[in-house]
Write a protein that binds this ligand. Structure first.
Ligand SMILES: [Zn+2]
Ligand SMILES: [Zn+2]
Length: 390
C-alpha cells in the first residue's frame, strides 16, 4: 500500500512534533493547575496563525475550517499524574509529576493536527474544533469544558479521541464499538457513632461496628446480585477509625470505588450501596454523611465508528485497526462528551521502547514517539473526510 499523503505530511513535521512532546514531557503539571502547559499550547497555536480561546478553568479550544456544514471535535488531554518518573530518558521530569498516561503525546497529536489542518484549511468543508482539556485524571476536565460551552458555537456533531497504549505496537490502533470504558463511582462515607470509655459500651455507639457491618454487606453485592456474565468491581479501599484500644471512637470512615460497564448494572449497585449504608447505620443507631463522585461509562457510537473506520484504515493499512479491543476497566472522562454527541475513542499503539513494557501510570513507562505522526494523520484525515461526507 502506498503511504497516504496526510501521513507523509505528518512525518515531514516529525522533528517539530517530537520537540513539543519532549518539552511537555519534561514539564508536567496536574489537574486544573496547568499554567505552563496551557501557555505553551497557546503560544504554539498562535504561531500557526490560529486563535485559541480559553474554555472553563484551564481548557483551550481552537477551530479550523470554513464554518459551513458540520463540526467535528478532536480531544487532547494535557494533565499528568502526581508521581515520580523512574526512567533514564534525557527529557524525564524531575518536578514530582509525570506524564505516565501519555497525555504529553495526546497534546502533541492535537498540536500536530492543528498545524496540518491549518495547512489544509481549504480542503475542510465544515469546522474542526480541537479541545485541549485539563484534569482528565481526576475526571473533571471534560465536564468543566462542556459546562462552559465546549459543545456550542459552533455546535459539535461528532467527536474523536485517541489514547496511547503500551498494549499495541506502533502502527496498530484499536477500538471497541459500544461501551469502551467503565463508569466509576466513588463513595466517601463518614459514620457518626458516640464515643466513650471501653468499660462502658452501653453508653456508646461504636462506629467501627457499623462500618464493619457495611463492609461485609457491600462485599456480597457483586457476587450475589449481579449476573455472573456481567462485569463489575466494588472495592472498599480504605476503612477505619479510632486511636487506642480503650476508647470507643466517635466516628469511623469507609471509602469505596465501583467500576462497571452497563448502565443498568451500575445503577443497581450504586443504589444498593446507598441502601445498605442507610439501613445499616440506622439499624445500629448511628448517623452518617455520604459523598459520591461519578464518571459515566464511555460509549463509542456504532454508526460513527462505521463511518470513520475506512478513513483510519487509509492511514494505517487494512489490517492495522483492531476491532473489539478490550474495554478499559479504568475510566475516561471523554465519556461526558460521549453522553452528548456521537463519539469514537481509539487506542493508539505506542508499545514501549525495547523491553520496556510497563502499563500506563507506571513510573517506568516509556512510550514510543513513533506513534506521533500516525496519530496526527489519523485524526486529520478522519476529520476532513468525515466532514466532506457529512
Ligand atoms: Zn491516566
Ligand atoms: Zn489517560
Amino acid at each position: 500500500m502506498t503511504k497516504h499523503e496526510t501521513l507523509i505530511l505528518a512525518e515531514n513535521f516529525q522533528e517539530e512534533f517530537i520537540h513539543h512532546r519532549r518539552h511537555l514531557h519534561q514539564h508536567p503539571e496536574i489537574g486544573f493547575e496547568l499554567p505552563n502547559t496551557v501557555a505553551y499550547v497557546e503560544k504554539t497555536l498562535l504561531s500557526m496563525g490560529l486563535t485559541p480561546q480559553k474554555v472553563g478553568q484551564a481548557g483551550l479550544v481552537v477551530t479550523i475550517g470554513n464554518g459551513n456544514g458540520k463540526t467535528i471535535l478532536l480531544r487532547g488531554d494535557m494533565d499528568a499524574l502526581p508521581m515520580e518518573e523512574n526512567t533514564d530518558l534525557p527529557f524525564k521530569s524531575t518536578n514530582g509529576f509525570a506524564h505516565t498516561c501519555g497525555h504529553d503525546i495526546h497534546t502533541t497529536f492535537m498540536l500536530g493536527a492543528a498545524k496540518l489542518l491549518k495547512e489544509k484549511e481549504k480542503e475542510i468543508h465544515g469546522t474542526v474544533k480541537i479541545m485541549f482539556q485539563p484534569a482528565e485524571e481526576i475526571g473533571l476536565g471534560a465536564k468543566d469544558m462542556i459546562e462552559n460551552g465546549l459543545l456550542e458555537n459552533p455546535k459539535v456533531d461528532a467527536a474523536l479521541a485517541l489514547h496511547v497504549t503500551p498494549d499495541l505496537e506502533v502502527g496498530k490502533f484499536g477500538y471497541k464499538p459500544g461501551i469502551a470504558a467503565s463508569s466509576l463511582d466513588g463513595f466517601f462515607l463518614k459514620v457518626q457513632g458516640k464515643g466513650g470509655h471501653s468499660s462502658e459500651p452501653q453508653n456508646a455507639i461504636d462506629p467501627l461496628m457499623i462500618v464493619n457491618a457495611i463492609y461485609n454487606q457491600m462485599n456480597t453485592l457483586v457476587s450475589k446480585e449481579i449476573d455472573p456474565k456481567e462485569r463489575a468491581v466494588l472495592v472498599i479501599g480504605k476503612m477505619g477509625g479510632g486511636t487506642v484500644a480503650n476508647i470507643i471512637p466517635d466516628t469511623a470512615h469507609l471509602e469505596a470505588t465501583l467500576r462497571s460497564f452497563k448502565p443498568e448494572v451500575r445503577d443497581h449497585l450504586f443504589n444498593r450501596v446507598q441502601e445498605i449504608i442507610d439501613a445499616t447505620v440506622k439499624m445500629m443507631r448511628g448517623t452518617y454523611e455520604l459523598k459520591t463522585i461519578s464518571t459515566p461509562s464511555l460509549y463509542n457510537n456504532e454508526t460513527l465508528c462505521k463511518q470513520v473506520v475506512p478513513f483510519v484504515k487509509e492511514i494505517l493499512g487494512e489490517d492495522n485497526l483492531q476491532i473489539d479491543a478490550e474495554p478499559l476497566a479504568g475510566t475516561e472522562d471523554f465519556s461526558y462528551i460521549s453522553q452528548q454527541v456521537p463519539t469514537m475513542f481509539m487506542w493508539a499503539g505506542s508499545n514501549g521502547l525495547g523491553d520496556n513494557n510497563y502499563p500506563l501510570h507506571n513510573p517506568n513507562i516509556m512510550l514510543d514517539e513513533g506513534v506521533i505522526p500516525l496519530g496526527v494523520a489519523v485524526v486529520v484525515h478522519s476529520a476532513i473526510s468525515w466532514l466532506n461526507q457529512a
